[in-house]
Design a protein around this ligand. Structure first.
Ligand SMILES: [Zn+2]
Length: 137
C-alpha cells in the first residue's frame, strides 16, 4: 500500500514509505525546511543532542568541547594517580597502560563513577585494578 505524507514546507502530498522519516516532498523543500529549522534554533538543539549521544560510541569520532570535558582523577593498579580533563582523550593517549580497549576502559570508569554516585545497582568500584579517585561535573 502506498503511503502519503504532507510536506511540512509547501503542504503538498507526496509518496513516502511507512519507515521513511522524510517530512518534505522535494530536495528544494528539504533545504528550505533546514533553513527554517536553523533559524528557529531547532537544528542547533538537534546537533547538541547528537553530541550527547556520542559517549556511547566513543570510538566513532572525537568530540572535544568544553561542555563535555570533565575532570577526572583516576588511580592505576600501581597506585599512581592521574588527572585528566577529558577521560576519553586520556585513555587514547595511554592505551598501552590499559588491560583492554579504550572503549572497555571508558565504560569501566563510567560504571565506577555511577557506582560511587549510588546510581548503579551494580557495585563496580574497580576496573582491572583501576579506581576513580574523584571527578568534576
Ligand atoms: Zn514541499
Amino acid at each position: 500500500m502506498q503511503q502519503y505524507k504532507i510536506c511540512t514546507v509547501c503542504g503538498e502530498r507526496f509518496k513516502a514509505g511507512l519507515t521513511s522519516n522524510r517530512k518534505t516532498c522535494s530536495p528544494q523543500c528539504a533545504s528550505s525546511n533546514r533553513r527554517t529549522l536553523a533559524k528557529s534554533g531547532l537544528a542547533k538543539k538537534m546537533s547538541k543532542k547528537a553530541l550527547e549521544l556520542q559517549p556511547s560510541n566513543p570510538l566513532l569520532g572525537r568530540f572535544e568541547t568544553h561542555i563535555h570535558a570533565k575532570e577526572w582523577a583516576i588511580k592505576s593498579p600501581e597506585g599512581q594517580v592521574f588527572r585528566c580533563r577529558n577521560l576519553l582523550n586520556w585513555l587514547r593517549e595511554h592505551e598501552d597502560m590499559l588491560d583492554g580497549t579504550i572503549k572497555q576502559a571508558f565504560v569501566g570508569f563510567s560504571q565506577i563513577k555511577r557506582s560511587m554516585k549510588g546510581a548503579s545497582k551494580r557495585n563496580n568500584r574497580t576496573w582491572k585494578g583501576w579506581t576513580v579517585v574523584d571527578w568534576g561535573e
